[in-house]
Design a binder for this molecule. Structure first.
Ligand SMILES: [Zn+2]
Length: 464
């Protein structure tokens, strides 16, 4: 089949479009039937870059970075050091004392390396030494959720839903059935096909099955033929996008699921319809498809399925049937921010900022930023609270103490699970109490600084 742009039908100068902008996911998905300039590059300036810039803090928290960029996205923070406020643009947690000159918000104080500070002040008596291991530091980030209800966000979500649904259905060329969503994506005019799900139950259902910070996409066909795509963006807010009221007859696959995780792995389910999915699942669960094993528990032989179906996929099917059932029956979405939506947003955000996800990418980033070349040995500061860093430091400490010489994903999860029993799925939620107890455990070991160095070296030696 000839490849043509799904927006305009052009059959030349096509490109691979990142369905979700590269800077917002570690697990890229592509649509190859998008023309290069008009319907790929231009979208970046029209609406994508505004969203990407505004989400810098969230992508930082989740260790998500564009594959093309060297650094993580910047975000603004107010850092209070010994009672004085500094407005900073940060690319990560560890950037405050990296030798750069930082100026206080009232322009009366500066922090830098001692030598540099003396040079700038031209008078050593005006320079005060700071011991970064004992000073009080507090970081505040002001989150404005306005971007989540901005037209640029709605256009980006429409683009994601449309390009994803088309790629799953191998659509090539323009179809008039998609005229409404195409008009909205390309011009921002026409009917906005996006609404916001404000039913807390749906957030809980999805949270139970997907990983922290994942993007989750679900497509299904309603009884009247409308195609809806549900997008859970980082798990922060869940949107519904009406892709078309009536699909082109060549669209065969209308029961779709994709989860894109922050550790760059993904989960996919593709079926033609709800009933086909139901049938496939019934076949797998049918007793005829089970065989007796020789394992006996409580006097009964254990049954095992002939065909392999992982327990987690079973969980996803159950989620999808419940979700589709619920969303087909109700129509109670919000069109903008309100009390219910804001409450959900801030509670989901709290989960993301309090949880650490321990996997190769996040731990490597932490070690690169903390144990950079020429760093001083780590001394814990009892007056600074940084929950995420403490969890990562503790993981590095466990790695340093472990007898395993080389790391891989399985060994990391084993070390972490043994040392942090509350970890599930690589996720760990920290409160003040846990932070203090992890700090205490390390500080009771008089060699903890050396153990940390050893752990960091193992992480740095972890090959790709
Ligand atoms: Zn085009």
């Amino acid at each position: 089949m000839e490849n043509k742009c799904i927006y305009c039908g052009k059959n030349y100068d096509l490109s691979e479009s990142d369905i979700i902008p590269d800077a917002l996911t570690n697990a890229r998905i592509l649509n190859k039937n998008v023309c290069r300039i008009e319907h790929n590059n231009k979208f970046s300036d029209m609406f994508e870059s505004k969203v990407i810039d505004a989400l810098g803090f969230i992508t930082n928290e989740l260790d998500i970075k564009s594959s093309k960029a060297k650094r993580y996205a910047a975000y603004e923070a107010v850092v209070t050091i010994e009672g004085i406020e500094y407005n900073l643009k940060l690319h990560g947690d560890k950037e405050i004392f990296n030798g750069k000159v930082i100026k206080s918000s009232d322009n009366k104080h500066m922090i830098s390396s001692y030598d540099k500070a003396v040079k700038i002040a031209k008078d050593e008596s005006k320079v005060q030494p700071l011991d970064i291991n004992t000073i009080e530091i507090e970081k505040t980030v002001r989150i404005n959720n306005k971007i989540f209800f901005d037209t640029s966000m709605y256009r980006m979500l429409s683009k994601i839903a449309f390009e994803w649904y088309c790629s799953k259905n191998n659509i090539s060329g323009y179809y008039s059935e998609f005229s409404n969503i195409v008009e909205f994506i390309t011009t921002g005019k026409g009917t906005n096909p996006v609404s916001i799900i404000q039913e807390e139950k749906i957030y809980n259902m999805i949270d139970q099955v997907v990983n922290l910070g994942s993007h989750t996409l679900v497509a299904f066909e309603k009884e009247d033929g409308e195609i809806d795509v549900i997008i859970s963006l980082f798990g922060l807010l869940i949107y519904k996008v009406i892709v078309t009221q009536k699909k082109p007859s060549i669209c065969m696959y209308n029961f779709l699921y994709t989860e894109l995780r922050t550790d760059s792995s993904r989960k996919e389910i593709v079926h033609q319809s709800v009933s086909e999915a139901q049938q496939k699942l019934d076949e797998v669960l049918n007793l005829d498809n089970f065989v007796c094993t020789d394992i006996i528990i409580d006097g009964k032989k254990v049954m095992a399925p002939k065909k392999k179906i992982s327990l987690q996929n079973l969980e996803i099917y159950v989620l999808l049937f419940n979700l589709i059932g619920f969303l087909s029956a109700t129509n109670d979405d919000a069109t903008g921010p309100n009390f219910r939506v804001n409450k959900i947003f801030f509670s989901q955000l709290k989960n993301i900022t309090q949880a650490s996800t321990l996997h190769k990418k996040s731990i490597k980033r932490f070690v690169h930023e903390t144990f950079y070349e020429g760093h001083e040995k780590i001394k814990l500061n009892p007056n600074a609270s940084d929950k995420k860093s403490i969890v990562f430091l503790y993981a590095v400490y466990l790695i340093g103490n472990s007898e395993e010489k080389e790391l891989n994903d399985v060994i990391l999860q084993k070390i972490v699970k043994e040392g942090l029993p509350n970890v599930s799925n690589g996720e760990f939620i920290v409160n003040d109490e846990i932070e203090n107890s992890l700090k205490k455990k390390m500080m009771e070991d008089e060699n903890y600084s050396d153990t940390l160095e050893r752990g960091a070296e193992k992480v740095l030696n972890w090959r790709n």
